[in-house]
Design a protein around this ligand. Structure first.
Ligand code: GTP
Ligand code: ZN
Length: 201
């Protein structure tokens, strides 16, 4: 996935985080002054800001900026959007795929914007359920479609590396609005996201 590269990080935030991560390394029993770790607090400070950049982005603005009038009124599905987020309980990654669909009602949006909206909400401290709803709400409010569907399948490192240590469990969350609340439409969507119409890697 082509990520937007952040060229400059907030200096005050970065220096505050550097101090905190240096202390954390020390508290964990390591020597923050040893060569391999010297730049680590700065790297982590930047990585964390990168992975939480969603707080500074406005999903609705992204969608409004690419809202086009179009008479198409069939289901539009963008599936297998890879996502990386961080659970708000342990600040450990959870990652997987999002499948997003909407049925236009006069407006369509640029397809990449759907993936961008997923990133905007994923790059925060999250729970998978809220992430699912936030994506749905942003699309519903800005495109005013006949319905939106969001399904997220993800694995949580906090359940894999620690805690219950389950390596193969996948959590699926879903949210549906408008026409997707109808069983037939929802079933069509579920069938299409699980089909191999286009061979997957
Ligand atoms: N609902 C939900 N729970 C999550 C998500 N990410 C992590 N969790 C869970 O958040 C819960 C936090 O539970 P706590 O008992 O406070 O934390 P804990 O003692 O570290 O829990 P364990 O992970 O069971 O060791 C855990 O059950 C996690 O599996 C998420 O996206 N959604
Ligand atoms: Zn967690």
């Amino acid at each position: 996935m082509a990520y937007k590269k952040i060229e400059s990080f907030d200096e005050k935030v970065t220096s505050g985080l550097i101090g905190n991560y240096k202390e954390a390394i020390s508290l964990l029993g390591e020597d923050p002054e040893r060569e391999g770790l010297l730049k680590t607090p700065e790297r982590v400070a930047k990585a964390m800001q990168y992975m939480t950049q969603g707080y500074q982005l406005d999903a609705r603005e992204i969608l409004r900026g690419a809202r086009f009038t179009e008479a198409y009124s069939e289901m539009v599905i963008v599936k297998d959007i890879e996502l990386y987020s961080m659970c708000e309980h342990h600040m450990l990654p959870f990652f997987g795929k999002a499948h997003v669909a909407y049925i236009p009602n006069g407006y369509i949006t640029g397809l990449s914007k759907i993936a961008r909206v997923v990133d905007v909400f994923a790059r925060r401290l999250q729970v998978q359920e809220r992430l699912t709803h936030q994506i749905l709400d942003a699309i519903q409010e800005t495109l005013e479609p006949q319905g939106v569907a969001v399904v997220i399948e993800a694995q949580h490192l906090c359940m894999m590396m620690r805690g219950v240590q389950k390596q193969n469990s996948v959590t699926t969350t879903s949210a549906f609005s408008g026409q997707f609340q109808d069983g037939t439409t929802r079933a069509e969507f579920m069938k299409l996201i699980s089909s191999d119409l286009m061979s997957r890697r």
